[in-house]
Design a protein around this ligand. Sequence first.
Ligand code: ADP
Ligand code: ADP
Ligand code: MG
Length: 661
Amino acid sequence: MFKTVLIANRGEIACRVIRTARRLGIRSLAVYSDADVRAMHVDMADEAYRVGPAPAADSYLNTDRLIEACRNSGADAVHPGYGFLSENPEFAEAVGAAGLTFIGPPVSAIRAMALKDAAKSLMQRSGVPIVPGYHGDNQDPAFLLKQAHKIGFPVLIKARAGGGGKGMRRVERPEDFAPALDGARREARAAFGDERCLIEKYVAKPRHIEVQVFGDAHGNVVHLFERDCSLQRRHQKVIEEAPAPGLDTHMRETIGEMAVRAAKAISYTGAGTVEFIADVSQGLKPDRIYFMEMNTRLQVEHPVTECITGQDLVEWQFRVAAGERLPLAQKDLTISGWALEARVYAEDPANNFLPATGRLHRLSMPVGTARIDSGVRQGDEVGPYYDPMLAKVIVNAPTRSAAIGKLIASLEACHIGGIISNIAFLVSLCKLPEFAEGDVDTGLIERNLERINRPINAPSELLAVATTCALALGCQPEDNDPWSTLSGWRHWTNPRSYVHLENSARTFDVSIVGRGAARYVLEYGNETLEFEVIENSIDRVRLSLPEKVVTATAMRHGRAMTIDLGGRRFEFKVLDGSAGDEETETAADEVIAPMPGFIKLVATQAGAKLTKGDPLVVLEAMKMEHTLRAPRDGVVAAVFASPGDHVQNGAVLLSLEAENA
Ligand code: ADP
Ligand code: ADP
Ligand code: MG
């Protein structure tokens, strides 16, 4: 077995590989870019080597620097992870030339599958059914259009060098073909340096079903069953599962056998995935499953296979690369239970899934119910350079419906603060009845986007929670709370505050009026709602409404706020001009309490002349005194605070006469 492995990757997959290496007694070496000096994978590794500046092209894709690190580090093997250089034959070759073992298939197998056109021809010769289409050499646009007619519209134009859903265009009508071909070629040239395309029949109601294969250097190849990755957005996987819903034993054996045949045709070793597409317009039929492509690496979604087979695929990779035989034969592999994986991304589903960046002020993941594969920790900065995946949440259970329930519960227990994430979207997606029934296809998400991202319709309850969190509204202290024994608990007479909240690109302008101890009236449009704050702690809000008590998880991080209420999650932004908004809290005509606290001293009175900076009110909060000063020169119009008052964040303490008065 190897003594030292260098992991030519970052993020969750680098951490994942380190975990298994450590268990097997193999030392782990990390590589990092300038953006990743403090990253988790660097922290976890035994040693780490810098490979260049932040952009991937200069660091994680920089073959020369990586090979240099290999030579200097004394490693005897390289694990490429997924993405980056994992399917790059030149890199695999250079690793071998440097005297290290590449943990992956032979270079010839990577080459055979690297281009989709060559891979399809190869599979056709091996008797594996392929998606009907044209994958020949002629790239003349007029000729390709003629092929598209022959195949029948709609067609899919695919870059032969494509990956990660890039360089693909679906074309409905002949007149759109030429511009779509131009677009696919442009994208392919930029992303892969190869503009050649193939044309495929666009499968009507497609399901993505893939088979995990494994080979060793002794000629053995097995499959570890299938995964269904049909829940996709823009050809990228969102939720994956194993086994595939509705696949019977016969079909499972058929595609497993096809995948093994594909791997054997190229003398495959190590972990690989043979991707199939199924036309399920008339249900899942064995004669409507076609080979799509083969990925010659470990897949992002490999954990669901690990769950149902009880195997560690990274361990298998190490063993096979070290020359050992496959740990198990086909007849010894069985499926147990059901597994699901959801990809948690730093992105804003309400804003066209724009990747989000920032600091992870809060990252709390479920313990016990799910396996969490992540490459980030609370406090980490998520930058713009790499894939925005934060974590994979993986669950398994005896049945599919139990696994779905567990996934929903686990996702609801993920608390991510500081950066917007797709958690709410994932939870809502998991609750679609079509998903529960296993009626999945690659268009399911796109067709139901509005239903999944559905806006709020009866918002006053939610807005009360959001406002309580945004303004840090206080609650009535318990009788034995020492704070309540301070003299003069009195409530604010004129505390109207305004909050401007944004959710799903909609703005909510809310005003809130104090009505005695911990009681408030919320006004939104022509709705009003009276409530009492029972609890407002670091991450929990409990309100007593006229007819019921609501409990929510609510966290504010700067301008972002995450609220879980009634099984749904809402991401809010607190907009400029809200009381309690740190940058605008001192309106020029008012002195506002910047945090909840007690008034210790009021050093002015109505009618007094002020110079900017004069001390006016002393507020005690968190056992510290804060002096609030005149925001400008002027005259005091009214003083609302008296010593001993408990005031809320955002309460107006004092007002000045208007400037031209
Ligand atoms: P999978 O079938 O495993 O989802 P993809 O083809 O979508 O495979 O890509 C695998 C993963 O590798 C993606 O989720 C993406 O995060 C990552 N990836 C792909 N290409 C790159 C790249 N050039 N740089 C960084 N990460 C990449
Ligand atoms: P990539 O290398 O980018 O992963 P794939 O060929 O695996 O490219 O295709 C990615 C996704 O695009 C598939 O998972 C599937 O959802 C969709 N797709 C691919 N080919 C077809 C097709 N012929 N008809 C319909 N959808 C397709
Ligand atoms: Mg693919």
